[in-house]
Design a protein around this ligand. Structure first.
Ligand code: PYC
Length: 315
């Protein structure tokens, strides 16, 4: 292996990535220190990356090195235990990601042995903790209602949903109320419907579209679509946070009460909040999301300087 690396030296660029999955959803982790990225804050760093290094996002997430549903995090370390990171998908950049934070926490715990981390993200400060049994919980940013009962005219009729902010702006659509089928067999129809809604004329920002089905009062199943037809295989950390905020807002759950969020794969996050605060009559909670992640690879990506498909592609 090292001989191959030596032979390739001088022919192009290596990019080391650490791959993980969180309840089925991939996070390809890049170390920010591998790139010369100036900036004091994570927003400065992300903005530099977007303008000057977007080809790194494309080549590391897209085919042939990745795939349409690959997800990325760029992490900047500090020996003090404080980290910063930003997130990338097949279409650009997100302010926050729950499954990605769990994946990065797993990697940092594996490499440092530490159990508590704080991260500066574009959405604000997030903390995580690794329990003795290996499960990982994160405390997300304040989550709250942005807009209620928005209607969208679609090829499936009028679809109504609420937008909650949870680090990302998430439109929550109740599948039973909208007459939608959340089975895996209906995946492609739901993806197309989500893209129709995203491209509608709504002036409000929508980052994620979460199709949510109530199984019982404390158990919900969901599918989250984001980026360009990208599907979260996990229950989605910010999507679950948004739903938790909606349940708290309508007094359907109390502080400390645990809710299960199930993904299209059948994997689960547990979530709860400890207290709510009010700002200008807006109820806010800080969701806590519990899940698990595993490292799946330590990979040297290679960009041959003569490769005409150097940035990769998605079909
Ligand atoms: O876990 O928050 C999340 C997330 C956002 C997009 C994909 N996963």
């Amino acid at each position: 292996m090292s001989q191959i690396i030596e032979d390739l030296e001088g022919m192009g660029q290596f990019i080391q990535v650490i791959d993980s999955h969180t309840e089925g959803e991939p996070t390809r982790i890049l170390m920010g220190a591998d790139f010369k990225i100036p900036g004091k804050t994570i927003l400065d760093k992300r903005s530099f990356f977007m303008t000057n290094l977007d080809h790194i996002r494309k080549l590391s997430l897209q085919e042939p090195r990745g795939h349409k549903d690959m997800f990325g995090a760029v992490v900047f370390g500090a020996k003090s235990g404080d980290y910063s990171m930003f997130f990338m998908d097949n279409n650009g950049y997100l302010d926050m990601c729950g499954h990605g934070t769990i994946g990065v926490s797993k990697l940092l715990h594996t490499t440092t042995g530490e159990r508590d981390f704080t991260f500066e993200t574009p959405a604000g400060q997030i903390s995580s903790h690794i329990s003795e049994d290996g499960s990982i919980y994160i405390e997300n940013v304040n989550s709250y209602l942005v807009a209620k009962k928005l209607s969208f005219n679609t090829s499936k009729g009028v679809i109504t949903g609420d937008i909650y902010y949870s680090g990302n702006h998430t439109l929550i659509i109740d599948t039973d109320e909208s007459g939608l089928n959340l089975d895996k067999e209906n995946l492609h129809q739901l993806i197309e419907l989500a893209m129709e809604i995203k491209s509608s004329k709504s002036k409000l920002k929508i980052g994620l579209i979460k199709f949510s089905k109530k199984i019982n009062r404390t158990h919900y199943k969901s599918l989250v679509v984001f980026g360009n037809r990208q599907v979260d295989r996990s229950p989605c950390g910010t999507g679950s946070s948004a739903k938790l905020a909606q349940l708290a807002d309508s007094n359907q759950i109390k502080p400390g009460e645990e809710v299960q969020f199930e993904s299209i794969l059948g994997t689960k996050f547990k979530a709860w909040f400890n207290e709510s605060t009010n700002k200008d009559s807006l109820k806010m909670i800080k969701p806590i999301i519990l899940g698990n992640a595993f490292i799946t690879g330590v990979n040297q990506l290679f960009l041959d300087s003569e490769d005409p498909l150097n940035e990769g592609f998605n079909l």
